[in-house]
Design a protein around this ligand. Structure first.
Ligand code: SF4
Length: 244
């Protein structure tokens, strides 16, 4: 079981605005653990349904005595790219995950959060005192996330100690959904870029039917990257979204 933080070691929660993050926040509240900083990395390419959840999150945080969400964003003044999809369209490639790499989440999610924390006084003070910042990550205790958690063990960024509360509590995604419903909150949609190569076919069809402009932009990204598909067939890696 996770211990409450010491007075000098700040706790940062990385909020993906999805089911796991929401469950993690409820579980922390129930255990009397309040993070010092809650970060949401905005790729500007989230689905609208995720952005619509932000005010719900902010209200819940305020009602429960948590700090408000701090929204960080990858600024690209040199290239002028306002989003990951802008960057992909300009360079005529797909998001890195389509090629089996993880730079897209590194550049658009992890780095903006770490950049912010570098300037955040409690972290600066902790590092000056030789402490680490505790980062709470919402991997759940289901088989897929447990594997991701196992792969991440021992790979904390310098100055950080990563913790995976849902794994420590044995909370899988279903348990998080239960907690969210019991809390009286709407169950959030899966949070990911609208063009994420990890999207299932059902999620792609959902996007087509519910957020058609973003769906069309994803198809445009796929056509635009036609010359750089390498060994992949399209945004779905083994299939083209256009073929669904
Ligand atoms: S949600 Fe998907 S496309 Fe977006 S940064 Fe993460 S892996 Fe890349």
């Amino acid at each position: 079981m996770m211990a409450t933080r010491s007075a000098r070691s700040p706790v940062v929660l990385s909020d993906g605005m999805g089911v796991d993050s929401t469950g993690m926040l409820i579980g922390l509240r129930d255990r009397g653990i309040i993070p010092d900083l809650i970060l949401f990395a905005n790729t500007v390419d989230e689905k609208q349904v995720t952005y619509d959840y932000v005010p719900i999150r902010q209200k819940w945080l305020a009602d429960n005595g948590f700090p408000p969400l701090t929204i960080v964003q990858n600024m690209r003044p040199r290239s002028g790219d306002g989003s990951l999809s802008d960057a992909c369209l300009r360079t005529k490639v797909l998001p890195a995950l389509a090629y089996g790499r993880h730079q897209c989440s590194m550049v658009w999610k992890i780095v903006p959060q770490e950049k912010f924390v570098k300037t955040w006084a409690p972290a600066v003070e902790a590092w000056r005192d030789g402490l680490t910042v505790t980062k709470l990550i919402g991997y759940d205790a289901g088989p897929r996330d447990s594997a991701r958690c196992a792969a991440a063990l021992g790979k904390d960024s310098p100055g950080y100690t990563n913790r995976f509360p849902l794994v420590e509590w044995g909370w899988d995604r279903e348990r998080c959904v239960e907690a969210i419903i019991a809390e009286g909150l709407p169950v959030p949609a899966k949070s990911a870029c609208f063009h994420c190569p990890a999207s299932t076919k059902a999620e792609i069809l959902w996007l087509r039917d519910n957020e058609p402009e973003k769906y069309e932009r994803a198809l445009h990204m796929e056509r635009n990257a036609a010359d750089k598909l390498l060994r992949v067939k399209g945004l779905g890696r083994k299939f083209s979204w256009a073929d669904i």
